[in-house]
Write a protein that binds this ligand. Structure first.
Ligand SMILES: [Zn+2]
Length: 238
């Protein structure tokens, strides 16, 4: 099968020009990472979920729309959903208000806001206990719309702890990929900050961000852009 983008890397599935696997030394973490990827995402040359999976020793990447539970999604027998944290998606405006009302970020842990069932920030002590006892992180990979579809199709995610990120900067994607919300981070950026907030070494965060920076640089040099979805009416033959 031939693709316009040329040869693809077998590990990260990126066009060879955007692959950064040559820079990867898999990073050990004490927590697992489960990346649930929307089936349409692999077609995106600019996605970062697969890169994160290659870069983290304990990451698992699954592509699909729904799984019956965490155990099956992860492919393991013994898992405690209460010790897993899912990066939660909700309405942008709800979060803007919620996050603006919180005290400013002073430590990496403050970047991950644990939410209760009503979607309100947990007490600091309770949040800290959940962070410390966490066994893993679930991240939904895809565009905003795809991630939302994954959220609704996997009701078992409601049994996990929920958290939202307060990112330190806008995504490094910049002009490479237009996110529908300014504060949207790439999957690999979200994982980097969330893991640091949970207590993983800062070097893990730094390595993931450096890797992503390199990926973005290579994508730019190769002139890669995300596909335009749902756009019609190209003018004439090429
Ligand atoms: Zn690769």
């Amino acid at each position: 099968m031939r693709r316009q983008a040329g040869a693809r890397c077998a590990r990260c599935e990126k066009p060879a020009v955007a692959c950064v696997c040559d820079r990867v030394t898999p990073l050990p973490t004490s927590r697992r990472v489960l990346i649930l990827r929307h089936p349409q995402e692999p077609g995106e040359d600019v996605g970062s979920g697969a890169t994160a999976a290659v870069a983290l020793e304990r990451a698992v990447l699954r592509t699909g729309l729904s799984w019956p539970n965490l155990r099956r999604a992860l492919g393991e027998r013994c898992v405690e959903p209460r010790r897993w944290i899912v990066l939660y998606l909700g309405s942008a405006t709800a979060y803007a208000d919620l996050l603006a009302a919180l005290p400013s970020v002073r430590t990496p842990a403050d970047r991950l806001v644990l939410l209760d069932r009503r979607g309100m920030p947990r007490e600091p002590g309770e949040a800290q206990r959940i962070r410390e006892e966490s066994a893993g992180l679930v991240v939904l990979d895809g565009s905003w719309r795809q991630a939302k579809a994954l959220w609704w199709r996997n009701p078992w995610l409601l049994k996990l702890q929920r958290a939202v990120l307060r990112p330190p900067h806008r995504s490094l994607y910049g002009r490479v990929r237009r996110e529908p919300r300014r504060e949207c981070l790439a999957t690999i950026e979200s994982i980097a900050y969330a893991l640091e907030a949970l207590g993983e070494p800062a070097t893990v965060r730094a390595s993931l961000i450096a890797l992503f920076r390199e990926q973005v640089a290579r994508m730019r040099r190769a002139g890669l852009r995300p596909r335009r979805r749902g756009r019609r009416g190209s003018r004439g033959p090429r």
